[in-house]
Structures are given as C-alpha cells and as structure tokens.
Design a protein around this ligand. Structure first.
Ligand code: NI
Length: 169
C-alpha cells in the first residue's frame, strides 16, 4: 500500500525516531509499504518518519528499482564510519520541489538489522553514502534543509511558509 508522505513542518519529521524492539508482522507490512511508496514517488530512499511512523527504519535503492540487489532495508541503523566530502544537489520527498547542494561524506558504512532481523554492514560510496546519511538524519529528526545555512536555507523556508499560507503545502 502506498502511504502518504509527510512534508516539512509535520512534527513527526522533526522529532527523533525510536528504536524497533521487535520485528513483527506490522513492521514487515510497514517495510513493504515503504518500499512501494519509495518506488512510486519515485525516490531513492525513504525513512519511516516520512510516512508518519516514528521508528528507526529506512529503505533505499539508488538504482531506482533497476537492480534487485540494490534494495536495502535497515532497522535500527548506526553509522560505523564516514570519510571524505562531497557536494552534490540533494532533494527529499518531504520537501517536494526543492533541492540544494548539501555537504556529505563520500563514503559511509552503516550497520543495522535487515528486514529478517539479521545483522548487516553495508559500505556506501557516492550516492549511496549520501543516501545513507540523508536517511539516518531523518531518523534523528533532521531534513536536508536543516543542514544548510544562510540565504539558501532562508529562501527555502520562506517559500514553504508562503506555500503553507496559501494551502499549497
Ligand atoms: Ni528525505
């Protein structure tokens, strides 16, 4: 089932999510829905907070569904290692219509459980590293716009406020 994606300003997106204590049938359903919602959007990553569930789960597929083995599910992810610096344009399904250059590591290693509860460690380079950090930020209540400073940030926030006031957000 495709679930609605919350937008910047919805409090669930701005609060840290709680760890998953047990992988139940409801969690499996949630993961299936998150994958379907990510592909339908379309996007390369989605955090549970974005569909209104404050739990530490994200899904990612930087191939956009073209390479089956690229689909990753992380439950209770933790950053193990990060290095390097990249500056690329980044967007977010919770900030439709906006992108900005965001500084991220070029390499990030994440460990956590897969959807069957098995421990996994995955190294992400380039886009996958960016995606990992972006999704882990979501689980801590941060969106890419929170990583910006100055004019660019003000401009995006002002536009969102304007869209909200006219009921278009
Ligand atoms: Ni996002």
């Amino acid at each position: 089932m495709i679930r609605p994606i919350l937008r910047y300003g919805d409090q669930i997106l701005h609060d840290p999510a709680a760890p998953v204590t047990e992988i139940t049938a409801d969690i499996q359903r949630l993961i299936d829905d998150m994958i379907q919602t990510m592909y339908a959007a379309p996007g390369v990553g989605l955090a549970a907070t974005q569909v209104g569930v404050p739990l530490r789960i994200f899904v990612a597929d930087v191939s956009g569904g073209r390479v089956a083995s690229d689909l990753l599910t992380f439950i209770n992810p933790e950053l193990v290692e990060a290095d390097g610096t990249q500056h690329e344009d980044e967007g977010c399904l919770s900030l439709p219509g906006f992108t900005a250059i965001v500084e991220r590591p070029t390499r990030a290693v994440v460990k956590g459980l897969d959807r069957d509860g098995r421990q996994q460690v995955v190294e992400g380079v380039g886009l996958l590293a960016r995606c990992f950090i972006h999704e882990m930020d979501h689980l801590d209540g941060a969106l890419f716009v929170d990583r910006l400073r100055g004019l660019k940030k003000d401009l995006i926030l002002r536009k969102i406020k304007k869209l909200s006031r006219s009921g278009k957000w």
